[in-house]
Each structure stands twice: as structure tokens, then as C-alpha cells.
Design a binder for this molecule. Structure first.
Ligand code: AGP
Length: 609
């Protein structure tokens, strides 16, 4: 979604703002702008299109300003145009605002402000904010912000710059992320840490309702009651380079190759000394509470939802707890039947997805404890959940989620085993065997990556396909869903995942020559059934690319191409079988000349409904 940066310090603000926005490009945007406070005036430069265009327009300008704000906009209300780009100003140019989120009641506010004589220049919801600051300002920015947020409904992270208080920047957030970077004689506001990581690693994570002020040499944070609050300083321990491409052509390829490391990190410190049990003390779940759990709801969006499909299998088969899984945008509107002793697991890489955050809040309102599985420390979902199981995958920049997905799988296996250990639903020896296999996944993932050229060759053959089907049974179907999403979201080829056993109930009518069918066939006890599906689609002249597990069956007899993943416990195959599908999507997207890291119409974190 939108990216925000604010700077107040001892450096020229323009380059700091533009560099910061460049680090936030991954959030998805379609216009960009900055505002500089110079000689008592605020100068605004903004336009539709890529940030590079704005940088080019501003290059050579020697603004001496050391104070400013910047924004990359992902259009929600109002088309991506120059005048809809942020920052937005009030009538007199004394208040300038950048905002991430949606002001749900902006139409009524705009009507009221126009009746008060305010002149609007854009179609955006955001523009009501500077005009409201103009209306409420009586000599102090903070009370004006307080009065403004009492009037607005919706989600926001905003930064206000004013000529009337040139030594301060003010921010407030609700449901959209905002952090403070603490520098030496300089401070930052930003939507996400990479925006200022080059300058400082010290961060305050802001909570909903908190109004913050930064000057070059001080930071003040106030809660909703206007009381000063002190916040812990988090030290960011990953390198700015980690958010760079690290020598790969694209963030996505880099992140696919980081999976052996992220799997290992997500596992580290969570296995008992004797290697027989999982240790998730960090969840601070009460043992008696765990033994009483009667149902688990899993809810998430997109790739995180596909990880949840695997989590359902793992929890049900190991911990013997019934699991219901729902896409978060459906879960939050269900008339849920809540039984006592239910637990909710919300999975979200960014920890900011609006539907998943809403599902979390709805669950808590219904009295159900929530475990969050997320990749972003200090994210809204992390801070509002009762318990957090972090995926230690490091920053994931590419819109297409890869290492976060396999780290989510690892976390779900750990959770399932932990519940099973506490409820004693599996013998200790079985737990030890599964843990040994979990520990081997990192090196087995590397073996797959070492054979990525095989996938490249297969991918090149799919460049001009109109439609591709992904099929599988059980856990293989869950992986087929993820493979289908990966391919369609970055190559723009229509792709569909189908339960292999369901083909004959309609979809088989679409299978014909030149319609490739990617078949995931790693489950030993389902192999014969899935093998018959391969023959079924081959009989309709489909080209079959099969993913199988070493030592299981002779799939090469029927499939045109085969990729064997290293042998592992049947429950754990998704961690490995998804990697060839991630690579397939990457290579097909590349062959089609698509923007692999920033695919059209999509954003890395969907913080609006
Ligand atoms: C994944 O490749 C997609 N970019 C998208 O489906 C994503 O998984 C979804 O928006 C959920 O995001 P989250 O995990 O940050 O909540």
C-alpha cells in the first residue's frame, strides 16, 4: 500500500525523502510526491507514475530544506493522477499531509468543509485532512490533530507538516503502520523500517491512537488521552542490504534462495534439548488451556491462506484438534458459531492486511484467543494478537510471497507438534522423527535450488500459454493452490488449482492440447489416485509437468516433464514441493517480460478492504 516518510534533521531533506521512498516502492504505488519546508513556505512536488520520474524532475535542484515529508500512493479513492498524488494541502498551503489508509466518511466531511468555504483540488479521501487541520488549528498542532481524528472514521497513518510550527512534524496512526526512526540530531517517520535503515537502526513502533511529534533533536509520543508515553527502542538487526537484491536479478529470486536460511532461522531455538519436543514458550500458552482446546480456526489471505490449508492438515493429523479454515475476507462476515475453548490462528506476512486484522479483532470480540503467525515485528497484527509466533524470514520485498510462505509452513508444523506434544496425541518417537525431518528441510530445499535450471527449461515452454491448471490431492492440492497463485500473479497467465479428484466433475472439459497441467503427486498414499489423474488429462492431450517425491512411483512413464523432490515425511512435502512452483512462476514471468517484483494491480500489503 502507500508509503510514507517524514524527515527532520541536519541533512538536506530532499535526497533523504527520495531515497526513503525508493526503499518503500515494494509496497506498490502509482504516484509519488514530496513536500519541503523552505524559507517559511512549503514546496510540493508530486506526480503520477514511477518515483524515478519525480527524481528526474527534481535532480539538480539545490533545496537547502532540512524538513519534509514524502509519499508513494497506491490509488484507492481517485485515479492515479498528478493532482490526486500526495502530499495534499489546505487552502492556504499552511498544512500539508501524507496519508496511508482510507477515510471512510470522507464524502460527508468534504461536503461539510466545502460548506465552510474550503476549496478542494483532488478526488481523494485524504485531502479532507489538511482542510480539517486548517479548520481545527488554534495555535497548537497536537490538539488540532486530536480534534480531527475524533471526526474521521477509517484507517490512517498520517504525517502533518505546517508552516505554523516549522520545527515539528506530527503523526497519528490507526490501523495503518507507522514507525519512528531515531537518529543523531535527526528523526524520521515512515510506514516501514527500510525507508530510514540507511541512517538509523533504532526504532519506535507506534500503536493505534498515538499522536507523535518529532523535531531534529526530540521525540514525543502521546496516547489517546493526551498523556505522554515512553516506548521501547527496538534495534533492527537485519542489514539494509537484506532489503536489497543481494546480487540476484529480482527480490523474488533472492527470497526464493533465502529459504534454506529462513527455514533454519524459523526453527532455531524452538526444539527441546533432547530433540523430541517443540518448545514454544514464547506463546505463553497455558498447558491446561492447550489441553482444553476443542476447535481451531485458521484465517488469512492469499498465500498465507494457502499456508493455512497445510496447517489444517498438520494440526488435525498431529494434535487431533478439528480445524476450520477461512479466507479472512469471508471469515470476518460469517455468522460464526463460536464454541467454548476455541482458538484462532491468524497468518499474515506483513501483519497489516486489513481483512486479516479485522478477522483478528472480530475473533477477540467473540472472546477467542488469537495466535498470530507473522513476519513483521511490531506489526498491527503482531501487537493486537494474544500470542505471536514470528516467522524469522527477514524482510520480504517482492509482492509474490515465497520465503514467508515456507516459513509460515514451518511455524504451523511447529505449532501442530507443540500442541501434539502437550496433548500427548503422538508418541515421543514419532515427534522426534518429524523434528529430525524438519531439521533436514533446509538442506533439502537447497538441493532443489541447485537444480533450478531444470525448472527454467520447463518454464520457457509455458511462456505463451493461455491457461495452466495445477492439480493435486490432500496436501498436494494445498500446494497446487499456492503454485497457481504464484504463476498467475506475476506472469498474468490464467491459472487455476483443482482438487485432482474433482476434475471429472466439470473442469476436465477445459483440458485439451496446449493446456499444461502441473500435477503435484508427492503423497505416497494418494500416488496411485493422482497417477490415474495424470493419465486422465494425458488422454485429453494435455502436457503434464509432474512434481513427485524420490522413490515414490514411476511418474515419468506418463508425465512429459518430472521434477523429483528429496524424500521427506509425507506431512512436510509442501515445504519442498512449492519451491519448483515458485521457480516456475518466476521463470515464466521473466520470459514474458513481466515486472516480477512489482506485478501490475497488486501491492505487497493490502491494508485496505
Ligand atoms: C502472495 O504472493 C500475494 N502477494 C498475496 O496473496 C499475499 O499473500 C496476501 O495479500 C496476504 O498478505 P499477508 O500475508 O501480508 O497478510
Amino acid at each position: 500500500m502507500c508509503g510514507i516518510i517524514g524527515y527532520m534533521g541536519n541533512k538536506q531533506a530532499m535526497p533523504v525523502l527520495l531515497n526513503g521512498l525508493a526503499r518503500l516502492e515494494y509496497r506498490g504505488y502509482d504516484s509519488a510526491g514530496i513536500a519541503l519546508l523552505e524559507d517559511g513556505e512549503i514546496k510540493v512536488f508530486k506526480q503520477a507514475g514511477r518515483l524515478a520520474n519525480l527524481q528526474e524532475r527534481l535532480s539538480g535542484n539545490g533545496f537547502s530544506s532540512t524538513t519534509g515529508i514524502g509519499h508513494t500512493r497506491w490509488a484507492t479513492h481517485g485515479r492515479p493522477t498528478d493532482y490526486n498524488a500526495h502530499p495534499h494541502s489546505d487552502c492556504g498551503g499552511r498544512f500539508v499531509v501524507v496519508h496511508n489508509g482510507i477515510i471512510e466518511n470522507y464524502l460527508e466531511l468534504k461536503k461539510w468543509l466545502i460548506s465552510e468555504g474550503h476549496i478542494f483540488k483532488s478526488e481523494t479521501d485524504t485531502e479532507v485532512l489538511p482542510h480539517m487541520m486548517e479548520h481545527f488549528y488554534k495555535g497548537d498542532l497536537i490538539p488540532a490533530v486530536s480534534m480531527m481524528i475524533e471526526k474521521i472514521r477509517g484507517s490512517y497513518a498520517m504525517v502533518v507538516l505546517s508552516t505554523l510550527e516549522p520545527d515539528n512534524l506530527i503523526s497519528v496512526r490507526k490501523d495503518s503502520p507507522l514507525v519512528i526512526g531515531l537518529g543523531d540530531e535527526e528523526n524520521f517517520f515512515a510506514s516501514d523500517v527500510p525507508a530510514f535503515l540507511h541512517y538509523t537502526r533504532n526504532v519506535h513502533y507506534l500503536d493505534d491512537g498515538e499522536i507523535s511529534l518529532i523535531a531534529s533533536n526530540r521525540v514525543e509520543i502521546f496516547n489517546e488521552m493526551g498523556q505522554g508515553v515512553s516506548k521501547p527502542v527496538h534495534m533492527i538487526n537485519w542489514e539494509a542490504e537484506q532489503a536489497e537484491k543481494g546480487g540476484y536479478d529480482h527480490f523474488m529470486l533472492k527470497e526464493i534462495h533465502e529459504q534454506p536460511a529462513s527455514l533454519k532461522k524459523t526453527l532455531s531455538g524452538r526444539i527441546s534439548e533432547d530433540g523430541c519436543r517443540v518448545d514454544l514458550q514464547e506463546l505463553s500458552l497455558d498447558v491446561d488451556e492447550i489441553k482444553k482446546i476443542k476447535k481451531i480456526f485458521i484465517t488469512a489471505c492469499g498465500t498465507a491462506y494457502h499456508a493455512g490449508l497445510v496447517g489444517k492438515y498438520a494440526i488435525e493429523s498431529l494434535a487431533r484438534i478439528p480445524v476450520e479454515i477461512d479466507i479472512a475476507s469471508e471469515f470476518r462476515y460469517r455468522n460464526l458459531v463460536v464454541e467454548p475453548d476455541s482458538l484462532v490462528v491468524v497468518i499474515s506476512q506483513s501483519g497489516e492486511t486489513a481483512d486479516s486484522l479485522a478477522a483478528l479483532r472480530d475473533s477477540k470480540k467473540r472472546g477467542m484467543p488469537v495466535i498470530a503467525i507473522t513476519n513483521v515485528v511490531g506489526s498491527s497484527i503482531a501487537r493486537e494478537a494474544d500470542h505471536v509466533l514470528y516467522t524469522w524470514a527477514g524482510p520480504e520485498i517482492a509482492v509474490a510471497s515465497t520465503k514467508a510462505y515456507t516459513a509460515q509452513l514451518m511455524s504451523l508444523y511447529l505449532l501442530a507438534l507443540y500442541l501434539a506434544n502437550v496433548r500427548e496425541t503422538i508418541p515421543e518417537e514419532e515427534s522426534r522423527q518429524i523434528i529430525l525431518e524438519l531439521l533436514s528441510l533446509s538442506s533439502k530445499a537447497q538441493l532443489i535450488l541447485d537444480k533450478k535450471e531444470t525448472i527454467l527449461d520447463i518454464g520457457l515452454g509455458y511462456e505463451n500459454c493461455k491457461s495452466i491448471f495445477f492439480i493435486g490431492r490432500g496436501l498436494d492440492y494445498a500446494v497446487a493452490c499456492e503454485g497457481s497463485l504464484k504463476l498467475k500473479e506475476i506472469s498474468y497467465i490464467h491459472a487455476e488449482a483443482y482438487a485432482a479428484g474433482e476434475l471429472k466433475h466439470g473442469t476436465l472439459a477445459l483440458i485439451e492440447k496446449d493446456v499444461p497441467v502441473v500435477t503435484v503427486a508427492t503423497q505416497p498414499f494418494l500416488f496411485e489416485k493422482t497417477f490415474s489423474n495424470i493419465k486422465e488429462v494425458k488422454a485429453r492431450e494435455a502436457d503434464v509437468f509432474a512434481l513427485a517425491m524420490e522413490g515414490i512411483g514411476e511418474v515419468q512413464k506418463e508425465a512429459s516433464q518430472v521434477f523429483y523432490i528429496p524424500e521427506t515425511h509425507p506431512l512436510l512435502t509442501p515445504v519442498l514441493s512449492v519451491i519448483p512452483l515458485q521457480l516456475l512462476a518466476y521463470y515464466v514471468s521473466l520470459a514474458r517480460g513481466c515486472d516480477v517484483d512489482k506485478p501490475r494491480n497488486l501491492a505487497k500489503s493490502v491494508t485496505v478492504e
